[in-house]
Design a protein around this ligand. Structure first.
Ligand code: OOG
Ligand code: NI
Length: 461
């Protein structure tokens, strides 16, 4: 087989992302309502803000906006995580970043599978936040063993999916026919199954340890638990949700509202109570319920450099002396806005102070001055030969993720874990190193400068 016959992994990812969205829309109709709300508000925002529309046209984000979404799943074993890594690789998705959620009382650690090159991100920015249960945090030894045994018995991939992953690895890609089959088979892993694999009693034991443990251990597979579209105005979304009968969480996670958005802001609606069936000792189905799946919306802003991120983390922790709730939501948002006055709300300042990443573009004026342009970036910018746009943040935020997890777990489930998490251990289980997201942003920024130098026919100083 020749390489030409292979479907581009970016194309497989784009198709898979669409298939996932269609599946989730059928499973959770409220997700469809959320998509409509986001599409309405995005359209309105673009119509009212021509500068923003122009910025998104320049970076190409305007074309990916409607198909932009992330999902989240939780798995139980190293084997499951490692196989997921191989499955995502077929679609050009790689593990980026390490998130430790145990500090927030959630017994998992996580990574995000996503495309890593700006050209691939442009074709499909689909990401999956993927968490691995830290079984060792179950204190009761008998229960820990029981959970391990239950997990060891299940296979979350279809045999055809496993075959196709192996074929893609051996041959270096998938043919059109195989790619279509792969999407269909891979989708099965993320499908919701109303039938638990355990009795109501075992479910309750797992649930008493932590609701998340029941969600991960008691079912056939890692059902997608939310799918999140990207909005251009999350404050408008937060206000509009109740008008459509959707109740949002108390506060928007992440930075406060700004003229120049940074990183990521997220809000969600509470998890739905769903009918499930447990199995009794005779193997009969017993009706019950489970709460796991929810809806989320996010707004993405510019990626921060290590210096900018350190400032963000400091400002956030200054405000977040205790977790925001319904009762102090307004005061929290006000305090957040006050404290964040220290992070310049201006792209030029963010750039000059080395706080954020940007993509640089040669202007028409610059092209006209080819071979005669000055070689210093700041001079090129002030002469109008080079323009820049914010580089969008493609990742997640641990404190926000913890807030999203918590808002779906109920208030009484806050747990404290003394055992430290370990990135090394996660990577061992994953079977690969996680990529450093900051290096990826720096690479994209550097590539955009290379293109500028090339188009201007100069060596940038
Ligand atoms: C993942 C929660 C984190 C986000 O967007 O930060 C997350 C989960 O509940 O499994 O999705
Ligand atoms: Ni999410």
């Amino acid at each position: 087989m020749t390489t030409q016959a292979f479907v581009d992994p970016d194309e497989i990812r784009a198709r898979f992302s669409r298939a996932m969205s269609d599946m989730y829309k059928a499973e959770v109709p409220l997700y469809g309502a959320l998509l409509e709300l986001v599409a309405d508000i995005n359209q309105r925002t673009l119509a009212n803000d021509p500068a923003l529309a122009e910025q998104l046209r320049q970076t190409g984000e305007i074309e990916r906006l409607d198909q932009e979404r992330h999902g989240a799943i939780r798995v139980g074993t190293a084997q499951e995580l490692a196989t997921l890594r191989r499955l995502f690789a077929v679609m050009g998705m790689y593990p980026v970043g390490y998130y430790d959620l145990s500090e927030a009382g959630v017994p998992v650690h996580s990574t995000a599978f996503r495309a890593i090159h700006e050209a691939s991100l442009q074709k499909s920015p689909f990401r999956v936040f993927t968490s691995l249960l830290r079984l060792e945090l179950i204190e009761d030894e008998a229960l820990r063993q029981k959970a391990a045994d239950i997990l060891a018995r299940r296979i979350i991939f279809t045999s055809r999916a496993l075959e196709l992953i192996a074929r893609s690895e051996t041959d270096g890609g998938l043919s059109e026919e195989d790619a279509t089959a792969f999407i269909c088979e891979a989708l099965e892993t993320f499908r919701w199954h109303g039938e638990a694999t355990v009795s109501a009693e075992v479910y309750q034991q797992l649930h008493d340890q932590h609701r998340l443990i029941a969600d991960i251990v008691a079912f056939k597979g890692p059902h997608i638990n939310h799918l999140t579209p990207r909005t251009l105005d999350i404050d408008a979304i937060q206000q509009s949700m109740p008008l459509r009968g959707i109740t949002p969480k108390a506060v928007i996670e992440g930075p406060p509202p700004r003229r120049c958005p940074v990183l990521l802001r997220q809000t969600s609606f509470k998890a739905l109570q769903e009918h499930v069936s447990f199995i009794d000792a005779q193997g009969h189905a017993v009706a019950g319920s489970h709460t796991a799946r929810f809806g989320e919306i996010e707004q993405r802003g510019v990626a921060l450099t290590p210096k900018g991120r350190a400032l963000y983390d400091r400002l956030l922790s200054t405000t977040r002396t205790h977790a925001p709730s319904e009762s102090n939501a307004q005061a929290y948002m006000q305090a957040l806005s006050n404290v964040f006055a220290d992070l310049p709300d201006d792209y030029e300042l963010l750039r000059k102070q080395g706080l954020a990443y940007f993509r640089y573009f040669v202007t028409a004026q610059g092209l006209a001055a080819r071979n005669e342009a000055p070689m210093d970036l700041e001079t090129l910018i002030s002469a109008g030969y080079v323009a820049y746009e914010p580089l969008v943040y493609e990742d997640f935020l641990p404190v926000s993720a913890a807030g999203i997890f918590q808002s779906n777990l109920g208030d009484h489930t806050q747990a404290y874990y003394a055992q430290a998490s370990s990135k090394d251990r996660f990577e061992q289980d994953l079977g690969a190193l996680v990529l450093d997201e900051l290096a990826l942003y720096a690479d994209t920024q550097a590539r955009s400068l290379d293109v500028c130098a090339d188009q201007l026919g100069i060596t940038l100083l």
